[in-house]
Design a protein around this ligand. Structure first.
Ligand code: ARG
Length: 584
């Protein structure tokens, strides 16, 4: 593993050196960015000149005199009021890319030096309930963030905070107690059967619950038995959890997502710690008794009618709720898992809850300045009409139906394009294309925004879709196959075409982009990078013949650019959880 310093970072360093050579006391940022006019433009001299009350163009000319050129930087020009236009040497580009090409999957991207531990709370469905489109976002965004963070060298620990506790279980368990055997032993059911069993039990118990006052009373007592840890009650509860897990796993498999059993740590896992959480909060005075309940007040947080909204840690009847389990989870994640960052990929509608939970934990000293806590609150999935996504009957859309439809739509696209594929191959690719399309549509918009679930658009070959990226990848593979014995090889002595330079400079920015996207929890930045990579590749391919290039060296060098593009696309998509089939 040899990490490569990006050209951007190298140019940045040279400029910073030149700036401090010109004005030793000033600590100015050259403000470097990619530019259309040259390879890079630096605007930082303007601010520096203003501070020093000197003429920016003159200062810029002085700085240029101090820039080391000839190897990485080919040319620097002063332009406009005092910008610098910087051109990088062709040789530097190719050598840099060659070093990336030689570095396997890491593509020269360094591993963070002082990596922390991020506990990431994502993919948290609820027991005995169908997964819906909201659970999709948490799973997809969480998985992508995790892939990106891992790649930077951050240690990540997943927590699937499933909804496996609460008063709703009283009715279900009581029904199962009165009708034993209603849930098949989890081992021989598949996901679909498991969910239909759970639905059946739910419907049947609901019907009795609504019609029969005495059952209602027995269900209420069952809640008490559950909370006090009654053995038989817990066994029945466990059946619901196990059956649900069979279902969850089948959906995650469809989503092409790996979920580890030891990371499914639901609300119930924090039961034992909750009384202590409450006691500590009360002792520290962070929480106070109010009308029998234990609550935390916040001056800054107000709800409707400007009334303060308290966080309820313990209800007046002694029961603990959602906040108590989240607070107890924080203690576990910081003290036992040694998290330095807590990340919650949860619907933005729960952001107030998390704001209060984090603030409470800070007051209690469970969250210190060394630990960051962030709710990556995602927006709502909308239907084509711009309203929250529903079925025609106005019901929430089952996640599985949605995924099945995406795969079906993708199969049509794949079938149309590829004449020489067998039916099995079509189905396999359809799954990769369809699930990729759903993930990419989600990840390519900023997570906090709503987005429209529009399958036609998602599986379109044109535009910012995963299919477009997958085709770019497959097309490169086909060129590499056609090249046969001619292997990709870098030739730094060659002059580059403008389209090659643009592609090359973008390839060089992969690592910087992943680091930025990971640090900002912004998978859409990586998606945008990949889309631009495919676009730059397309224009390179249009302008620069590869197999028919002028000289054998040029053929090899262009194949090398093709190969590095493919590997970068593959790695970038993999970080987002999306496959890149070799043929499409
Ligand atoms: N199960 C919850 C839901 O479906 C999400 C849990 C979020 N995580 C947490 N730590 N509260 O809405």
């Amino acid at each position: 593993m040899t990490s490569v310093t990006s050209l951007t970072a190298q140019v940045q360093q040279r400029l910073a050196n030149a700036l401090s050579a010109t004005q030793p006391e000033a600590d100015a940022d050259p403000l470097l960015r990619r530019s259309d006019r040259a390879d890079f433009q630096a605007n930082g001299i303007l601010a520096l000149a203003k501070k020093a009350k000197s003429n920016p163009r003159e200062l810029a000319t002085q700085v240029v005199g101090n820039i080391v050129t000839g190897d990485v930087i080919k040319d620097v020009e002063v332009s406009g009021p005092g910008f610098l236009n910087i051109t990088v040497a062709d040789r530097a580009i190719t050598e840099n890319l060659a070093a990336r090409h030689a570095d396997g999957d890491r593509l020269g991207v360094p591993v963070k030096e002082n990596a922390g531990t991020t506990v990431i709370d994502y993919a948290q469905p609820n027991v005995a309930k169908e997964m819906h489109v909201g659970h999709l976002r948490s799973a997809v965004i969480g998985d992508a963030l995790r892939g990106m963070l891992d790649f930077t060298g951050e240690k990540t620990i997943g927590r699937h905070h499933i909804g496996d506790w609460g008063t709703q279980f009283g009715m279900l368990i009581q029904h199962l107690f009165e009708n034993p055997g209603e849930l098949a032993p989890a081992a021989d059911v598949d996901g679909e059967q498991a969910m239909s069993n759970l639905n059946r039990v739910y419907k049947a118990s609901r019907a009795v619950f609504d019609a029969d006052e005495e059952f209602k009373e027995r269900a209420r007592k069952r809640v008490v038995a559950l909370q006090s840890g009654d053995k038989e009650t817990l066994e029945l509860w466990q059946q619901f959890v196990d059956e649900s897990k069979v279902y969850f796993y089948s959906v995650f498999e469809k989503l092409d997502m790996e979920i580890r059993d030891d990371e499914i740590v639901g609300e119930s896992a924090y039961n034992e710690g909750m009384p202590e959480t409450a006691r500590l909060l009360e002792e520290m005075g962070v929480a106070v008794r109010s009308e029998g309940a234990l609550v935390v007040f916040f001056d800054e947080i107000r709800g409707k009618d400007d009334q303060p909204v308290p966080l309820i840690v313990q209800k007046a009847d002694g029961g603990f709720g959602y906040a108590a389990s989240d607070l107890t989870a924080i203690r576990n994640r910081v003290q036992d898992l040694h998290a330095t960052s807590l990340l919650y990929v949860v619907d933005v509608r729960q952001s107030l809850h998390f704001k209060m939970v984090f603030e409470t934990a800070r007051r209690a000293g469970w969250l210190t300045d060394e630990v960051t806590a962030h709710n990556m609150g995602y927006g709502t999935v909308l239907g084509a009409d711009g309203k929250p996504f529903k079925t025609r009957e106005g019901e929430t859309v089952r996640l599985e139906d949605l995924l099945d439809e995406a795969v079906q739509r993708a199969a049509e696209v794949v079938r149309e394009k590829a004449q020489d594929l067998t039916e099995d191959e079509i189905q396999e690719r359809a799954a990769q294309v369809g699930i990729g399309a759903v993930k990419y549509a989600d990840l390519s918009t900023s997570p906090n925004r709503d987005y429209k679930f529009d399958l036609d658009q998602m599986v379109s070959l044109n535009g910012d879709t995963s299919v477009y990226l997958q085709y770019a990848y497959a097309r490169i593979q086909s060129i590499l196959r056609k090249a046969g014995d001619v292997r990709p090889a870098a030739h730094p002595e060659l002059e580059l075409h403008a389209a090659e330079r643009a592609l090359g400079l973008h390839l060089d920015a992969f690592g910087d982009t992943v680091f930025e996207a990971a640090a900002e929890y912004a998978p859409h930045k990586l998606a945008a990078y990949l889309y631009q990579l495919a676009s730059l590749y397309t224009s390179f391919y249009d302008k620069c013949p590869v197999l028919k290039a002028g000289t054998p060296e040029q053929v090899q060098n262009r194949l090398f650019l093709c190969d590095l593009t493919a590997r970068t696309l593959h790695q970038g998509m993999a970080l987002l959880g999306i496959r890149t089939p070799e043929r499409l």
